[in-house]
Write a protein that binds this ligand. Structure first.
Ligand code: NAP
Ligand code: GDD
Length: 339
């Protein structure tokens, strides 16, 4: 049985990856940061179902001692580093914090692995969650040979992490792989990312709980895939004999407008009646056009995306309609009980 350690296990990707690895028979250890409210809602079902499967440990990418202690204690075969301050807009408000967690945090993890190995431990394989945001203003389509032209503190931090991974691979012979993943979404996507913000608002509008949806730039283009597909590509990268860097994408790009169209079409409403522009959601610098060329992932990993944008939008709206209906029902029950 293999042992995996996942940082960022409470996030969107962490939850899908933990499921995938548990299904493959791995012992899975997740690193959770302490919060004043529970942050395990995406993985609650895994903790309950998998006795001896998913185990959680406190740790933080800003705390090197916790990383070192966890690598020593867990002795993982594979480490998936998914933890990050992952919101691009927020990175403009908190640039130093983003650099520390999303950039230097990766260096701390690499050092923890190196120290573990130098003190007689095995060298685990490492997956680093890189991002298409690193391409920034580079022309589309983007692949592994495309120059990084980062346009946000988040992207700069990811570029730093990318090169540290390459450097540790070359300096210490570490098996460390950079996934360069384009945007991927799901019903578990954080509610402040644009696709989920749209599908949740559409569900609430449909059910009469919301009148307006305020958004920023509708012209940006993204290459959106389904998160469930993308965690499989992460796993495949660590099953190779040689480490490498891989773009993971659908190869199809669409604008925020297109996503609005698909989402509202599904519930039979005209998005233009509900959406208003709020400049608060603009960014100091924008990434205009992301469109990935994932040929290397297809040829070497045998990976391709299975879910197109329409299917993704429908999946997310339907999940949000169910979620909002359940919340309405719970609220009704509570009100009855209170009354
Ligand atoms: P997400 O939902 O925002 O999850 C981020 C995870 O990182 C959460 O578990 C979060 O914990 C944890 N975290 C944040 N700060 C931390 C710290 N200081 N120490 C330890 N853990 C910390 O992100 P995601 O969409 O799953 O993405 C996973 C990774 O892939 C991220 O590194 C992201 O930058 C990268 N990426 C994502 C995409 C995408 O489209 N989703 C594309 C390319 C790359 P809490 O739950 O406590 O907040
Ligand atoms: N979040 C948000 N909120 N974005 C908006 C809004 C809004 O109200 N209105 C328009 N947008 C536009 C943004 O300006 C951006 O061009 C696009 O929608 C996508 O924004 P996000 O969904 O926040 O994602 P992102 O592309 O900035 O970043 C995501 O993908 C990266 C990979 O390319 C994140 O998951 C990153 O962690 C990831 O690395």
């Amino acid at each position: 049985m293999k042992t995996a350690m996942i940082t960022g296990v409470t996030g969107q990707d962490g939850s899908y990856l933990a499921e995938l690895l548990l299904n493959k028979g791995y012992a899975v250890h997740g690193v959770v940061r302490r919060a004043s409210t529970l942050n395990t809602s995406r993985i609650e079902h895994l903790i309950a179902e998998s006795s001896g499967g998913l185990q959680l440990h406190y740790g933080d990418l800003s705390d090197s001692s916790s990383l070192r202690r966890l690598v020593d204690a867990i002795q993982p075969d594979e480490i998936y580093n998914l933890a990050a301050q992952s919101h691009v807009r927020v990175s403009f408000d908190q640039p130093e914090y983003t650099a520390d967690v999303t950039g230097t945090g990766v260096l701390r993890l690499l050092e923890a692995i190196r120290a573990h190995h130098e003190h007689g431990g095995r060298m685990p394989k490492l997956y680093q969650a890189g991002s298409s945001e690193m391409f920034g203003s580079a022309g589309a389509p983007q692949n592994e040979e495309t120059r990084f032209e980062p346009r946000s503190p988040y992207a700069c931090a990811k570029v730093y992490a990318h090169y540290q991974v390459v450097n540790y691979r070359e300096s210490y012979g570490m098996f460390a792989a950079n996934g360069i993943l384009f945007n991927h979404e799901s019903p578990r996507r954080g509610e402040s990312f644009v696709t989920r913000k749209i599908t949740l608002a559409a569900a609430r509008i449909q059910l009469g709980l919301q009148d307006k949806l305020y958004l920023g730039n509708l012209d940006a283009k993204r290459d959106w895939g389904f998160a469930g597909d993308y965690v499989d590509a992460m796993w495949r990268m660590l099953q190779l004999d040689e480490p490498g860097d891989y773009v993971v994408a659908t190869g199809v790009t669409a604008s925020i407008r297109d996503f609005l169209e698909l989402t509202f079409q599904h519930i039979g409403l005209d998005w233009q009646k509900y959406v208003e522009i709020d400049p608060r959601f603009y960014r100091p610098a924008e990434v205009d056009h992301l469109e990935g060329d994932a040929s290397r992932a297809r040829d070497v990993l045998g990976w391709t995306a299975t879910t197109d944008l329409k299917a993704l939008a429908v999946m997310m709206v339907d999940a949000d309609l169910n979620l909002v209906k359940r919340e309405q029902k719970l609220l009704g029950v509570d009100e009855l009980e209170a009354g």
